[in-house]
Design a protein around this ligand. Structure first.
Ligand code: GUN
Length: 294
């Protein structure tokens, strides 16, 4: 079997078009959703992510408030900026780009964000609500993965899902979301990690594999059941002298070999990546709607 490629760019474009209509509708009611983007330091990868997030806001009509702070910004100054955004009615979402410089306590900063403006879904209040199945902002990458599955008609109910990786940003939340008693869940989930014995034995059972380990070739063809659906969340740089920039991006899955066994597979780039920003836009619009309803 050769897999159909899941086109994350297309799903993201469809969702962004829906959100653009929603933003236009909100504007007729005098509401412009606003996102505060906060970047501390000048890490090139973080800079390009933040720029992409701001551009995506502009494209669908969300107001973005750009805050780029020097690397030596104090924790106190950053907390003061977060507080200012918490109290600003024009701001519906606050995004503090991670990682933060080492002298700043990341947990303390995430805790300072008003949970009602936590469009990343990283605040423990939102994480807790998600776990117990209450209304919450869902973290963007895991929510994007679930939207990719649903919008490609992949049945979740009763499906055997194996998640490879247990990070707070992807592995743990996606596993949690998939076991919820909801249309976006109802799956049977196994989480594999660096201490798992016989990972291949677990992965071989999966109807759906979600690879979020952060390492190339973590999922190889011998581990994949014929017809499985494979979602690759990994973004890894590997040296490639044929490229001008000296590297290329690969996921956590051995794409070329695995696509010969899977029924559906996401590429890297162009799979999960475009969905992460889309779900951030989704949460920002949702937050504006919630603020309006208050
Ligand atoms: N750094 C890498 N991914 C993310 C993300 O989704 N949100 C934030 N705030 N920082 C990140």
């Amino acid at each position: 079997m050769t897999a159909k490629i899941i086109d994350g760019k297309q799903v993201a474009a469809d969702m962004r078009a829906e959100l653009k209509d929603k933003v236009a509708e909100l504007k007729t009611q005098g509401v412009v959703p606003g996102l505060a983007v906060i970047l501390v330091g000048d890490d090139p990868a973080s800079k390009s992510y933040v720029t992409a997030k701001e551009k995506a806001c502009e494209e669908i009509g969300i107001y973005s408030d750009d805050n780029r702070l020097p690397d030596d910004t104090s924790e106190e100054d950053l907390l003061a900026l977060v507080e200012k955004c918490n109290n600003d009615p024009k701001i519906n979402g606050i995004l503090v780009q991670l990682p933060l410089p080492k002298h700043i306590d990341e947990d303390k900063v995430l805790l300072a964000i008003d949970p009602a403006k936590d469009v990343d879904g990283f605040h423990p209040v939102n994480v807790g609500k998600m776990v117990v199945g209450q209304d919450a902002f869902l973290p963007c990458t895991p929510h994007g993965v679930i939207q990719l599955l649903l919008r490609n008609d992949v049945p979740l109910e009763g499906a055997e899902v194996v998640v490879v990786g247990r990070s707070n940003i992807v592995g743990k939340p996606v596993a949690n979301m998939l076991i919820q008693k909801a249309a976006t869940g109802n799956a049977t989930v196994t989480v594999c990690h660096t201490r798992t014995k016989n990972m291949a034995e677990h992965v071989k059972r999966a109807d759906i594999i979600i690879a979020a380990a952060g390492w190339p070739n973590t999922v190889t063809a011998d581990m994949v059941k014929d017809g499985a659906v494979v979602i690759d969340v990994g973004v890894n740089r590997v040296e490639d002298a044929t490229k001008k920039r000296g590297y290329r991006l690969v996921g956590d899955v051995d794409f070329e070999a695995v696509k010969e066994k899977a029924s559906l597979i996401t590429p890297v780039p162009g799979g999960v990546g475009p969905m992460t920003i889309t779900m951030l836009l989704y949460n920002t619009v949702l937050s504006a709607e919630k603020a309006m309803a208050k």
